[in-house]
Design a binder for this molecule. Structure first.
Ligand code: MN3
Length: 251
C-alpha cells in the first residue's frame, strides 16, 4: 500500500482528498487508513533518524568482532552519525520523520554533512542487523541461496567476489550485496558513507547486506589486516535477516 506521511496527509485538506478520490470517506476511515504508516516506518525498510538499540550485546560477536570495537563503534561512531543527521535535517528543513529510504534517493539536493551522516546512519543501522552471534557453518538458504548460486556461480564464488569488493575499496567505505533496480543481485562497493540508495552513487539499488570496511570497524583486533576481518566476518552474517529482506523486495 502507499505510504503516507501523516503530518502532510492531515494537512493536505479536503482538496487533496478529493484529488485522491476518497472524498466520500469518513474521518474515522481516513484515520484508520493512516494508522499502518506508523508501523511501516519502523520496519527494516523505513529507517528513521534515531539510532535503534543494538539487537545483541556488545560482546555477542566475539571473537569475530571484539567487545570494545562494538562499544566504540555503536556508541561513538554510529551515534555521532545519527546526532549529526538530526542537526543537518533541522538546518536544511528536512522533517525529522523523513526516512532514509526517502531521503537518500534525493541526497544530491542537500549538504555534504547531510550526505555523510544520513549515509552513515543508514549504513550502520543496516550493518548491526546484518550480524548475529557466530556460527561455524553459516550459509544462506532457500530462495536467496538459489539466487546467489544462479548469479555468481556458487556461494564460494559469491564470497570471493564480495571479499574482493571489500578488500579492494581504497580507504574507507562499504561493500554491498544489493538488488539493482532490475532486481538482479549485484556486488559492489561505495566510498566513505555512500550507499546504493543514493542518487549520487555509482552503483544503484537496495542494499541487502553491507560490510563496514572503515578502520574503526576492525582496527583494534585486526590492525592493518582487513582481509582477516573480512574472512572472519562471514561467521556472524545474519543470513535469516538478509533472506527476509530479499524475499520482501522480490515479492
Ligand atoms: Mn562504521
Amino acid at each position: 500500500m502507499p505510504q503516507y506521511n501523516r503530518r502532510k496527509f492531515l494537512g493536505s485538506g479536503l482538496k487533496g482528498l478529493m484529488v485522491a478520490g476518497v472524498a466520500t470517506a469518513t474521518i474515522p476511515e481516513l484515520l484508520s487508513s493512516c494508522a499502518p504508516a506508523k508501523k511501516v516506518i519502523t520496519t527494516s525498510f523505513k529507517t528513521g533518524m534515531t539510532q535503534q538499540p543494538l539487537p545483541y550485546a556488545f560482546s555477542a560477536l566475539e571473537d569475530v568482532i571484539d567487545t570494545q570495537t562494538m562499544d566504540i563503534h555503536y556508541n561513538r561512531h554510529a551515534a555521532g552519525y545519527s546526532k549529526n543527521l538530526v542537526e543537518a535535517a533541522a538546518a536544511e528543513g528536512v522533517s525529522s520523520e523523513t526516512s532514509m529510504e526517502d531521503l537518500l534517493p534525493n541526497i544530491s539536493k542537500y549538504s555534504t554533512k547531510m550526505r555523510n551522516n544520513a549515509g552513515g546512519h543508514y549504513n550502520h543501522e543496516l550493518f548491526w542487523k546484518c550480524m548475529r552471534p557466530k556460527r561455524e557453518q553459516n550459509l544462506p538458504t532457500g530462495a536467496l541461496l538459489a539466487a546467489i548460486e544462479n548469479t555468481f556461480g556458487s556461494f564460494e564464488q559469491f564470497k570471493l567476489q564480495f571479499a574482493n569488493a571489500a578488500s579492494g575499496r581504497f580507504g574507507s567505505g562499504w561493500a554491498w550485496l544489493y538488488l539493482n533496480n532490475a532486481k538482479t543481485l549485484m556486488i559492489g562497493s561505495t566510498p566513505n558513507q555512500d550507499n546504493p540508495l543514493m542518487n549520487v552513487s555509482e552503483i544503484k539499488g537496495t542494499p541487502l547486506l553491507g560490510l563496514d570496511v572503515w578502520e574503526h570497524a576492525y582496527y583494534l583486533k585486526y590492525q592493518n589486516k582487513r582481509a582477516d576481518y573480512i574472512a572472519n566476518w562471514w561467521k556472524v552474517v545474519n543470513w535469516d535477516f538478509v533472506s527476509q529482506r530479499y524475499a520482501a523486495l522480490m515479492a
